[in-house]
Design a protein around this ligand. Sequence first.
Ligand code: PLP
Length: 344
Amino acid sequence: MSTGLLTIDLAAIVANWQALAKIASVETAAVVKANAYGLDAGRVAQHLANAGARQFFVAATEEGVALRQALGDGPVISVFSGHMEGDTQSIADASLTPMLNSAQQMQRHFAALPNHSFGIQLDTGMNRLGMEPAEWAGLRSEIIEKGPTLLMSHLACADDPDHPMNAQQNAAFEDMTQGVSLPRSLAATGGTLLGAAYHYDMVRPGIGLYGGEPFGAAHPVVTLDIPVIQIRDVAVGETVGYGNVWTATRPSKIATIAAGYADGLIRAMGPNAKLHSDGMEVPVVGRVSMDLITVDVTALPDAPQSLQLLGAQQSVDEVASFAGTIGYEILTSLGTRYQKHWTE
Ligand SMILES: *Cc1c(COP(=O)(O)O)cnc(C)c1O
């Protein structure tokens, strides 16, 4: 093995989906955009479909087309970016359900595919996607007549349960959808954990399925073991890696491992990052380089064959904190050079 081994526990993803479905006790979709946060949308969605998931969300039509191939007919595949110019044929052929975000998308959709399913995304304050309250008020009756599958919106601050924006957006969503007897959805992972007032008819978790915060009770999903290429003795006063940023202050054993920032191990995490070997923590020393990272393994009793960055001892969120980012970014940055292994 000369590259890292990334193990993805599909059973844990299914268990996380089931746990979130139990919390919500309404229809629980699965968000599998960005190739299921880097973990393989086809495999992930097939397992979730076997476990009973009927609704999937992707960001882009192209992702929806690939997902339809993996899933076959049956499950609903909805597209957050809506009906974009040039996507009509794909939306029709792959039976995708665009979440229309604007009057322009609405006109495009009704003109090109008048009898094809669609949903509506409403902006309740995030100002990213969706129809604004005034726009929606003007189009509402025309749209409702055409029978959208879903009215949805998205929370900006749901990872912080105490944030006043949550209640504010919930009230705006209530207001915009009052008196409409169509399925509604407001919550992603964070919103699912905010309680029943946020669940409506469907929740749409993503990160929680993949073991990330804010779903603290999630089963860990990914393990990343990185092989050691060589171990050297470094004397007091010697430096390690680019820029000489680390100098040995005691005789040290330094392991060079086979992954770097080209594999998604963000360079910025260098000075803070730790790995594990049989339960023992070992610090990264020196700069993270493109293909290699140097680790101080002086404390280990035996020379390790590999070191673990992600796993039961260290979550994607802990690794994210080393680099000042979030678990989402760590997952979706995981590189293409790893050997990937999916366990059931
Ligand atoms: C990404 C996304 C989700 C899933 O969010 P998580 O925080 O990963 O659960 C749900 N809805 C929309 C609109 C999204 O963009």
